[in-house]
Design a protein around this ligand. Sequence first.
Ligand code: GDP
Ligand code: ZN
Length: 346
Amino acid sequence: MSKAQQLDYHDYEELFQDDLLVRRKEKKAKPKRPSEQLVYGVVVRARGHHYDVETTAESEVDGVARLRVCEVRGRLLLERGRDTLVAVGDRVWVAPIGEKNGLIERIEERRSVLSRQHPGESRPAEDVILANPDQALVVFAAANPEPHLRMLDRFLVIAEANELPVMICVNKIELTGEEAARRQFGLYERIGYPVLYASAKQRIGIDALRDFLTDRITVVTGPSGVGKSSLINAVHPDLRLREGDLRDFMNKGRHTTRAAQLFRLPFGRNSYVADTPGIRELGLYDIDPANLPFYFREMTPYLHDCRYPGCTHDHEPECAVRAAVERGEIAQERYESYLRLLRGDE
Ligand code: GDP
Ligand code: ZN
C-alpha cells in the first residue's frame, strides 16, 4: 500500500500543507503530473458510470470544496473485480480535470457497508448500496400516522444484519404528550435501542438530533409522513429537503429505482444524511432464516438453551425463546414480528 493510501483524512491535511511548502520552495522543479495531485472527497451520488464527488476544501489547490463529476480510472475497474467498485459513501482520491471533473484514482477501504443480502452463496457477493454508513436514524410519529411497530422491527433486522447502530426517533410527540410516546416505544429502550422523543414542530429534541448527526454518515428512514424531512430541516433549515428526498420504508415514493444519495449537513466534519432504497430493495426477504434470531437482540441470550440445535423457535418443544416469551422476558409483539419474518409474511 502506498503512503497516501494509508493516510486518513486528518493526516492528509498535514501532508498537503507539506506538499504546498515543498512546491513553493522548489519553484523551478518540474511540475507534478496531475495524477500525483490528488484531491480527496466523498461520493455523494452515482449516475451510471459517473459519480458526483464532494471534495474537501483542504485538498483542493485553491482551497474551495466543490462537486466534481468523476469517472473511474480504467486500471481500477480491472483490480476490483466483482465487488461493487464505487458506491455512494466511498471516500476517494481524485485526479482533478479542470474545475468540475475528475478521475477516481483510489478508493479508501470501506469501514462498513449497507448491502443487499444474498443467502446461499459460499462467498456472498457484495452488492453495496451505501459505503461507510456510521449509523441509522429510523423515524416514526407518535401519532398521525399511527406508529406501525412491525415495520420498525423489520427495519431493525436490516440494521442488525448490516451491523448498523440505530437510533429510533419518535416525532410529533406534542400530539400525544411525551408520556404516551414513552409507553409506546419504551419496549425498544428496554432492549437497548436509544429512543429520541422529538417534535419538529415545537423544536423538541432538535439539539440532541443535531449532535447525533454531527460528523457521521446517517441513514435516515421511516414511513412517509412521519416528519423525516421536517426534522432534518429543523436541524438545518438551509438544506431544504423536499418531500420525497428521503424515501419511506416501503418505497412507495416517486423515485422507486433511485440509488442511494448523500446530503451534506453544513456542520461538523463530514456530516451527511443518506437516502437509501426501502426495505424490499434492501432484500430483507432474502435474509437467511437461520440468522434471523440473531437479529432480534433480546433473543440472543436464549438461543443456545433450546432443546433442539436447529430450533426455529416457532413450534419446537422445550424452546428457550418461547419460554422467555411466556415469562414475559421477551415482548410478545417482538416475538410475533419474528414469526412473521420467519414465515415470510408480508
Ligand atoms: P416525511 O414524509 O417523513 O419526510 O414527512 P414530512 O417532513 O414531509 O412531514 C409530514 C407532515 O407532518 C407535514 O405536514 C409536516 O408539517 C408534519 N409534521 C412534521 N413534523 C411534525 C411535528 O413535530 N408535529 C406535527 N404535529 N406535525 C409535524
Ligand atoms: Zn427455540
